[in-house]
Design a protein around this ligand. Sequence first.
Ligand code: DGL
Length: 250
Amino acid sequence: MKAGVFDSGVGGLSVLKSLINAKLFEEIIYYGDTARVPYGVKDKQTIIQFSLQALEFFAPHHIDILIVACNTVSAYALKEMQKHTKIPIVGVIEPGVLAVQKKVADTDSEILIIATRATISSGEYETRLRKIGFWNLKSLATGLFVPIVEEGLFEGEVLESAFRYYFGELGAAPKAIILGCTHFPLIAPALDAYFKHQSILIHSGEAIVEYLENVMHLTSRYPLKSLQFFASDNVAQLTKTANLWLNTSI
Ligand code: DGL
């Protein structure tokens, strides 16, 4: 089975890593729209337009399934993309919500959603979480983490000061934090340490693997035969980050 994995940039590599570990696909094609990242500060119409163009990118590659490894695209463009192709397209928001339901037993628990401005404005996580009974929700647009991750700053002073900027006013650590942007798992160890290891971190990559196995019933295990990286700009940099990220044990 051949999967396409799409993100605006390097963030989807966090999802790719989970997919590779789960051995669900024989061939994977990763496409990052690095020329136009970040998507999270753009309008809905622009995000839809870029996402449909990504679909065109994948057309000659004959993939069996497309994994939208980007919360921003999942929030705004998933339905539109699904209208334009017959192949299954899976986003990360529904899997993320199901992961909260599975990992957090008490629906009164405080859930913090951190994501790009676009994902937060879409209200997708909040709406879906409220439907299953979670009400104690806090949403924060933390878009600065995207360029920080694109820059490879997975720890250190710049990241720490962004943590203080965004989280300085928060009270106690929330029960769970939805990493509502696929760039964020790359800074998850630092984030986890900032919250003193007290919050459950919900990761789009792990969530989508569970979803593919339990909801889409993809259970076969394949050795990965081919992994190819494409980017709309500077594929060398993307490949370098991929090698670094996929080989780390973070
Ligand atoms: N990785 C993307 C997400 O999950 C967004 C980053 C961006 O392009 O702003 O939302």
